[in-house]
Unconditional design. Structure first.
Length: 505
């Protein structure tokens, strides 16, 4: 999924702030872990010193009597008070054999106390090892051990146990406010990044809106942006380019109108200059035929039998007939050229296609019957009306239908189907099962005077194409040689009203 510029900017700012929060939180966590380990070691050392001093006093009074150490109320009070520390689990006085002489838990006296990890060694290790001891190793206890000497001779040791799970609880409790603060900072960063992106990207949205308006064909579009930064300069360039496009468009429209006028006058002049000689030629050909044709009386012999024209006269009449046929064909070509070059502006109105096409099919019905062509017409009763010129559209559909019939000399099927299409259009499909169109000819069928038929003028499909253009429509042709041709038309709907009943034509 493609991310927008705004999304990228918000994600980038939030990621940078999030990375900073993570780095600072990790640094704080390692510092907190080191502080907790060192604090626990210091507290354990302090407790061990208190036990040591009391035990030395007891030994000094009573000698090396373990019972005196066990029964001393002051020493027992110091040992029992250790449990009030948040992570100290025990404090004990151990003899040389590892047997408990005095313990914060009186039930442990006389038992052997297994050794634990050295807390002093953990203090010397790095932050990663300390974090591992606090969070990874479960139910792990570290000890501070201090030897107990009597008159320089070892008597036993003092061992203070520190629980890592209890230490973890303290570290976590201290970390929670930091994590909440980090989440708040991320939320604030996201909000600020969103607002910042909105402000910084506003000029881009303004320019994009201007480009959209230009794309819709609006002219002289201008955008208003502050002129104190690069976006202001970009807005100025946009306004200059828009003004230039507007001026160029106006110039092109004027040139187009002028060219159309020139072409129209030129076409009319050419047609006029061609039609006048054609008419004169036709008149003189008729006069020539009349002069060359002998009177009716002289065509019969004296014996009552039909006479025979002289061979030279018959040949001249044959030539005259050929010339007359060619002149008529040339006249048709000129008429077709005028119809294509000067079609006139369409008189647009709401047109009911079902009725219009039905009239066209009625015109070709007899010809279709003679050619053994079956006609199928599909048109829903709720088909929207199109906006068009009824006369032009009827002529265009008639040309398409006649071309389809001519493509099926051995019979076949002509299908005409109409349906509502998307984008406020109406679709009309004209499909035949005729000989089809060769691929090399498919892109030329709408060219003026192009035809593959011996007697064709090459004008009908050109007029169809020009008519669809004038109606702001679209036309597509698909054909398979030997299987038939499909012509698809798209015409704009009538937006304000729907044609009721037949449209005038």
């Amino acid at each position: 999924m493609r991310m927008s510029i705004k999304g990228k900017q918000v994600a980038g700012v939030t990621s940078i702030v999030g990375l900073a929060v993570v780095v600072l939180s990790a640094f704080y966590l390692t510092s907190l872990a080191r502080f907790s380990v060192e604090e626990s070691a210091a507290r354990a050392e302090l407790l061990a010193s208190a036990v040591f001093h009391r035990a030395r006093e007891v030994v000094a009074r009573s000698g090396s009597d373990p019972g005196a150490l066990r029964d001393d109320a002051g020493l027992r009070s110091i040992l029992e008070s250790s449990v009030y520390s948040h992570n100290v689990t025990y404090a004990a006085l151990i003899n040389m054999e590892g047997v408990v002489i005095a313990h914060s838990d009186a039930t442990r006296i006389g038992r052997t106390l297994a050794p634990a990890g050295k807390l002093s060694a953990l203090v010397e290790q790095g932050a990663i090892a300390q974090l591992g001891a606090i969070y990874v190793e479960q139910a792990r206890t570290f000890e501070i051990e201090r030897p107990l000497l009597i008159d320089g001779a070892p008597f036993g040791s003092i061992r203070i146990g520190v629980s890592m799970p209890l230490t973890r609880r303290g570290v976590t409790e201290a970390l929670e406010p930091v994590l909440l603060t980090g989440v708040g900072v991320l939320g604030a960063a996201l909000l600020v990044a969103t607002l910042l992106a909105q402000v910084l990207l506003r000029p881009i949205h303004v320019i994009r809106g201007g480009l959209t308006r230009l794309g819709r064909g609006e002219l002289d579009v201008a955008v208003s942006l502050p002129q104190h930064d690069e976006f202001g300069e970009l807005g100025g360039f946009f306004n200059t380019a828009s003004a230039r496009l507007s001026a160029d468009h106006s110039a092109l429209v004027g040139q187009k109108a002028m060219l159309e006028s020139v072409v129209s006058r030129l076409s009319a002049g050419i047609a006029h200059e061609i039609k006048n000689p054609l008419n004169a030629t036709m008149i003189h050909l008729e006069l020539l035929k009349q002069r060359l044709s002998p009177p009716a009386a002289s065509r019969a012999g004296d014996d009552g039998k039909a006479g025979t024209q002289a061979p030279d006269v018959a040949a001249a009449l044959g030539h005259a007939a050929i010339i007359a046929g060619e002149m008529r064909r040339l006249d048709d070509v000129v008429k077709g050229f005028l119809a294509f070059a000067r079609p006139g502006d369409p008189a647009l109105q709401a047109v009911a296609l079902c009725d219009l096409v039905d009239r066209v099919l009625a015109v070709i019905a007899e010809q279709a019957r003679e050619r053994r062509v079956e006609i199928q017409f599909e048109c829903p009763p709720d088909l929207p009306a199109v906006r068009g010129d009824p006369g032009m559209l009827q002529q265009a559909f008639l040309n398409l239908a006649l071309n389809a019939l001519q493509a099926m000399p051995d019979g076949g099927r002509l299908r005409v189907a109409a349906a509502a299409a998307s984008d406020s259009r109406v679709e009309i499909v004209v499909e035949d099962t005729g000989v089809g169109i060769a691929p090399e000819h498919l892109d030329k069928i709408f060219d003026l005077y192009f035809t593959t038929k011996g007697a064709g003028s090459g004008i009908g499909l050109s007029v169809v194409y020009r008519t669809i253009q004038l109606h702001d429509g679209e036309i597509e042709v698909h054909s398979t040689p030997g299987r038939g041709t499909v012509v698809r038309l798209l015409l704009p709907r009538e937006q304000t009203s729907r044609a009721e009943g037949p449209s005038g034509s």
